[in-house]
Design a protein around this ligand. Structure first.
Ligand SMILES: [Fe+2]
Ligand SMILES: [Fe+2]
Length: 195
């Protein structure tokens, strides 16, 4: 595995190739997610592999500008096409991101793959590294929206509550109050949601 700094450079080169106008904003977001992850690890003394977690933070949006055909090709190749086609293309860069990382950078570490895979949707399967990246992606310093403030404030003293707030926001946005989403919310929230 390479170093965090090397992966940051590889991320920038990957973005440059896409020719997308959003790359600078997205690159700065990725760096801010690294910084926020570092803050969370230190603030709550979280027992994770620090370098690995920060690499996962740096690479979480690596597949952000991938073309739809590439995603569909990867989904077919890895036998998840039927699953992927049913869900929002906005989540593909996360769910299929680990396949892109393995193919292009040889990054196939399961902890990094899990954090990348679940950074948008969240999952009951998230480990501590995935939880850190999931939350840092929501409250990093480049996000100025009002709805982030409550979670950012919570993240100063209550790691799990802040995660619950991101899940709640997603449920509201997607109007998804399925049993699975409620279970995920309840895993982190102190006050449980009734079915
Ligand atoms: Fe993302
Ligand atoms: Fe992100």
């Amino acid at each position: 595995m390479k170093t965090l700094e090397e992966y940051k450079t590889l991320l920038w080169h990957k973005y440059l190739q896409s020719g997308n106008r959003e790359i600078l904003h997205r690159y700065l977001h990725s760096l801010a997610v690294v910084k926020k992850s570092e803050e969370l690890i230190d603030r709550f003394s979280l027992p994770v592999d620090r370098e690995k977690t920060l690499i996962a933070a740096a690479l979480h949006d690596y597949a952000k500008f991938e073309k739809e055909e590439r995603f569909l090709g990867l989904a077919r190749k890895h036998g998840v096409y039927d699953e992927i086609i049913k869900i929002s293309p906005k989540t593909w860069h996360a769910l299929l991101g680990p396949f892109v990382l393995a193919e292009e950078l040889g990054v196939d570490d399961p902890v990094i793959a899990g954090a990348v895979r679940w950074h948008t949707t969240g999952s009951l399967e998230m480990d501590l590294t995935a939880e850190i990246v999931f939350l840092a992606d929501f409250i990093d310093d480049t996000r100025l929206e009002d709805y982030v403030k409550e979670a950012r404030e919570a993240a100063r003293h209550d790691f799990r509550k802040a995660i619950a707030l991101k899940i709640k926001k997603k449920m509201k946005d997607l109007n998804d109050y399925s049993r699975e989403q409620i279970d995920l919310y309840n895993k982190y929230a102190e006050v449980k949601w009734n079915y």
